[in-house]
Write a protein that binds this ligand. Structure first.
Ligand SMILES: Cc1cc2nc3c(=O)[nH]c(=O)nc-3n(C[C@H](O)[C@H](O)[C@H](O)COP(=O)(O)OP(=O)(O)OC[C@H]3O[C@@H](n4cnc5c(N)ncnc54)[C@H](O)[C@@H]3O)c2cc1C
Length: 297
């Protein structure tokens, strides 16, 4: 289906894009990779009267290291992150970027667009919630920094005002002795996961000093499983500790039954994904090279 007719505006800078949003009002939307917005427009679930295109603004796609963190320009494509040696300094970030959909979607879709979309099935928020992540937002009143946990408010809802955009995503590089892994279960590459689990650990020998565990696609937003983190923190990874983390993950999941599986199935699945992600993350925390890829049905 064709989208409804709309006016196209090409922004020359992020500041100009913000001004356009403010002048055009609620009927205007930003266009980044178009990998969520354009399908929604074709289905006529989204019918903006004005599109403000960010794609021709120079200097919005970059990955830079600064002050112990990585800075991602809002228009940085998933594929650029998957191919970046700098981004690979945080292996869970590479897992995420490399596993999103297929090559076409990864070549167009952007990290800023994904976070702004706040799709309950999107991968980026799940992974970045395990890390110290901040979102830089630019509006008509200037820039502000919002921690990711406060940025995503609900399904498809963020802290962005209408005339505000994501300009940059900042992620702290985890301390030495840390490792993370992201594993999703998918029916095929170009579909969203049935469920996913992101685990980021800091180890002191065999003992887990710190853990962050976040689930995807089993709730309206990414779910941080505090009980599973507590089950691991201060312990070595015995069968008992891992079982407790799996059970906490299954209990925290709040999935819907749909074409991807029943709610009960997803609750069980997410426990198994957490177990696999803990295993991969703990190897990486010990400095071992471990390839992690999604599991396909
Ligand atoms: C077939 C298919 C499969 C997919 N599978 C997956 C998957 O497995 N996992 C996954 O995570 N994603 C998946 N996606 C979505 C993909 O990752 C998108 O790239 C992403 O959701 C949106 O990014 P975008 O740059 O394309 O944004 P767009 O589609 O251009 O925009 C999305 C929304 O964000 C707003 N927006 C865009 N950029 C900004 C900004 N800088 N500041 C503020 N608002 C902004 C737009 O106005 C719009 O409302 C899939 C998409 C398709 C088409």
């Amino acid at each position: 289906m064709y989208p409804r007719a709309f006016h196209y505006h090409r922004a020359g800078s992020l500041t100009e894009a913000v001004t356009m949003l403010s002048q055009l009002g609620d009927d205007a939307k930003l266009l980044a990779g178009g990998q969520s917005l354009i399908p929604l427009m074709k289905l006529r679930f989204a019918n903006p009267g004005h599109l403000v295109d960010l794609n021709f603004i120079s200097g919005t796609s970059y990955i830079q290291e600064e002050d112990g963190g990585l800075r991602f320009g809002a228009l940085t494509r998933h594929a650029e992150i998957a191919d970046s040696a700098l981004a690979a300094k945080i292996p869970i970030v590479h897992d995420c970027a490399a596993g999103i959909a297929d090559v076409q979607v990864r070549n167009r879709g952007t990290i800023g667009g994904s976070l702004a979309e706040a799709d309950p099935s999107g991968d980026w928020a799940v992974v970045l919630m395990t890390l110290a992540t901040e979102v830089r937002c630019l509006g008509t009143n200037g820039e502000r920094t919002v921690p990711l946990a406060g940025f995503v408010k609900d399904a498809y809802t963020t802290a962005l005002a209408h005339d505000e955009l994501v300009s940059e995503v900042r992620v702290k590089i985890p301390a030495k002795g840390s490792g993370g892994a992201y594993i999703a279960f998918k029916r095929s590459a170009p579909v969203y996961p049935t469920a996913s689990a992101a685990v980021q650990l800091t180890m002191d020998g065999d003992v887990c000093k710190d853990a962050a565990i976040v689930l995807g696609c089993v709730g309206l937003t990414a779910i941080k499983v505090t009980d599973a983190e507590v089950a691991l923190r201060g312990h070595s990874f015995t069968d008992k500790a891992i079982k407790a983390a799996m059970e906490a993950a299954s209990a925290a999941a709040d999935p819907q039954s749909d074409m991807r599986g029943s709610a009960d199935y997803k609750r069980t699945l997410v426990g198994a994904l957490v177990k696999r992600a803990i295993e991969a993350a703990s190897h990486r925390a010990r400095g071992e090279q471990v390839e992690v890829s999604h599991i396909y049905a």
